[in-house]
Design a binder for this molecule. Structure first.
Ligand SMILES: NC(=O)C1=CN([C@@H]2O[C@H](COP(=O)(O)OP(=O)(O)OC[C@H]3O[C@@H](n4cnc5c(N)ncnc54)[C@H](OP(=O)(O)O)[C@@H]3O)[C@@H](O)[C@H]2O)C=CC1
Ligand SMILES: O=C(O)CCC(=O)C(=O)O
Length: 426
């Protein structure tokens, strides 16, 4: 029986086993090694709140695998419905996906993920409270992170602001050393990389362009539906629009809207920044989350949270391409339905890998102390992600499997090879 309802870690476990089946990895021990995180830290974060009360938050860091390089992956501040037990399983799954994401791009990095169980937006956490949560979180992790150990980054409801506070806290705890490579997604003036802010959405757009090319779908006028209107989904929309697409739907934590005639991304962003939501956009129709996902369009970009597309929704999908800008938006039981409907699903570990790819380039720039232009960084990411897409697509065609199984198999194979080279110690 699953430990929590809709357990994302069970989904990640199934995906690893599917890859092992394809690769003929029968050894039970090796399978378990690939599934389980190396370690999962769960700790308390005591914080003095603005009203003078002491409040205890729960923090997590799951370090899944470091055979190919230091653990790498974001930190989210969120309050999933299933509570802290769900969140522990969620970070375990997310850290596993980071391992495969770095491996499909063949980056010299492993997988990790962290979280604090708090929704800063819903709870109206003040800037000072958020900073105290962040610095205490960094203090609790200071012995297990570092440029050669584990390198966090932004994720849901965290930004460059929290990243630089973590870098600063880590430096102060380590003899005041300037250590920009301990974290990525930093603001550009303090060791961040150009293009990191747009990287996840830009990478999603590159993947979508490649998928459209293979399906011979012209991007000019192609209809796009975005789920979520945060970092990943907004930049996916902006770059797809630049490539000629027409965005016709969007959502956020307050609801979903469809605009049959389409809308301009800058106008929707202006509306959201004024009203705090995409809901109420002039000429839009409010719809349910399921209606948004199953709307008739060419490209669906689930770009908010996991566990959105179940078998029921999959059966009703009307798109041609799904670009998983979010991590884990599709339930495993939906995958075969999507495959049978001949919808080309670009799996999360590829579709949103632009973020970690530019994080990797940020870390390289930090380590060498020499910084590249936007075009240099975006160009390197484009080459890397297109290579990952093509390898997955060819594998999928050859083995008659979907792109998730193909990407996972390539990624798992690379990690197994790294493990075999390094061996076990002691
Ligand atoms: N940031 C990055 O570099 C990367 C992010 N990702 C993944 O992309 C996804 C989104 O992350 P990111 O864009 O960074 O996060 P953001 O915090 O920037 O945006 C999150 C979005 O999700 C929306 N949202 C929150 N709760 C709900 C809900 N209950 N129902 C529907 N929408 C909701 C938010 O709504 P609202 O606007 O109202 O707050 C917001 O639009 C996550 O799965 C993340 O792991 C993957 C790779 C890298
Ligand atoms: O930029 C990174 O290091 C990781 C971003 C992330 O958390 C993700 O890709 O899910």
């Amino acid at each position: 029986m699953a430990l929590v309802e809709n357990d994302p870690f069970e989904n990640s476990r199934k995906q690893v086993h599917d890859a092992c089946d394809l690769l003929d990895i029968t050894d039970k021990g090796m399978r378990e090694y690939l599934v389980m995180p190396n370690r999962v830290l769960r700790f308390k974060i005591p914080v003095m709140m603005d009203d003078g009360n002491l409040r205890i938050f729960t923090g997590f860091r799951s370090q899944h695998n470091n055979d190919k390089g230091p653990y790498k992956g974001g930190i989210r501040y969120f309050n999933p419905k299933g509570g802290v037990e769900y969140m522990e399983r969620e970070v375990m799954a997310l850290s596993s996906w980071m391992t495969w994401k770095c491996a499909i791009l063949d980056l010299p990095l492993g997988g990790g993920k962290g979280a604090v169980y708090v929704n800063p937006k819903e709870e109206k956490i003040s800037a000072g409270e958020k900073e105290r949560i962040t610095r205490r979180f960094a203090y609790m992790l200071s012995e297990v992170i570092g440029p050669e150990k584990d390198i966090p980054a932004p994720d849901v409801y965290t930004t460059g602001k929290e990243m630089i506070q973590i870098m600063d806290t880590f430096g102060k705890l380590n003899g005041n050393r300037y250590t920009p490579g301990v974290i990525t997604g930093k603001p550009v003036p303090v060791g961040g990389s150009l293009a990191r802010n747009v990287a996840t959405g830009l990478g999603s757009a590159y993947c979508t362009r490649e998928a459209a090319k293979t399906l011979k779908i012209p991007l000019k006028g192609a209809k796009v539906v975005l789920q979520g209107f945060g970092n990943a989904s907004t930049y996916a929309g902006i770059y797809l629009e630049k490539m000629g697409c027409k965005v016709i739907g969007a959502s956020d934590s307050k609801g979903s809207v469809l605009v049959p005639a389409g809308f301009k991304m800058d106008k929707m962003m202006e509306h959201k920044s004024k009203k705090g939501t995409v809901v109420g956009y002039p000429g839009s129709k409010k719809v349910t989350a399921a209606e948004l996902l199953t709307a008739k369009c060419d490209i669906l970009v689930p770009g908010a949270l996991e566990n959105q597309i179940d078998a029921k929704i999959a059966a009703k999908l009307q798109c041609k391409i799904i670009t998983e800008a979010a991590n884990g938006p599709t339930f495993p039981e939906a995958d075969p339905i999507i495959f049978k409907k001949k919808i080309l699903l670009i799996p999360d570990i590829l579709a949103n890998s632009g973020g970690v790819c530019i994080s990797y380039l940020e870390w390289v720039q930090n380590n060498q102390g020499y910084y590249w232009s936007f075009d240099d960084v975006a160009g390197k990411m484009e080459t890397t992600i297109v290579r990952g897409f093509k390898a997955s697509y060819e594998f999928a065609k050859k083995h008659k499997v979907d792109m998730r199984k193909a990407s996972m198999a390539i990624a798992v194979d690379r990690v197994v090879k790294a493990f075999e080279h390094r061996g076990l110690w002691p």
